[in-house]
Design a protein around this ligand. Sequence first.
Ligand code: ZN
Length: 146
Amino acid sequence: MKFLCNDCQQVMEFRDNTPSSDGGSLAIQYACPGCGRSISMITNPGETQMVRSLGVTIGHEALSSQPEPMAMIRESLAGKGGNTTVSAGPEPVWTEAALKRLSAAPTFVQGMVRRLYTDYARQRGYTEITPAIMTEARDELGMTGM
Ligand SMILES: [Zn+2]
């Protein structure tokens, strides 16, 4: 993509670009080497994506080298998986009373809460999870109302 200065019939030179604070739009500046006139091309978020996919450089950083969101998620998942199963003892057994107490938690958090308690119990070598252990874990992990 090039811009021509109509007065000088010279191709304008890329000068600078400024990403907006919201990251969605981009102001790409060109200046005419002949008369010094400068223009800015303002992109909308969709166009910014296109410009980025072309590998336009902002400052010293090539936009196309920025990690993709999915890559970051994959990385954090991989890291998490490697760390939370350090002291992998046997899977603790949930007692009936503990399960009953777990069922008092909102349905959408039960899976997460169950995971937290299970990890807590396993890391401490507990073979079963009782309401008492849930209380202990809750106090230690700083969870309330679970
Ligand atoms: Zn010019």
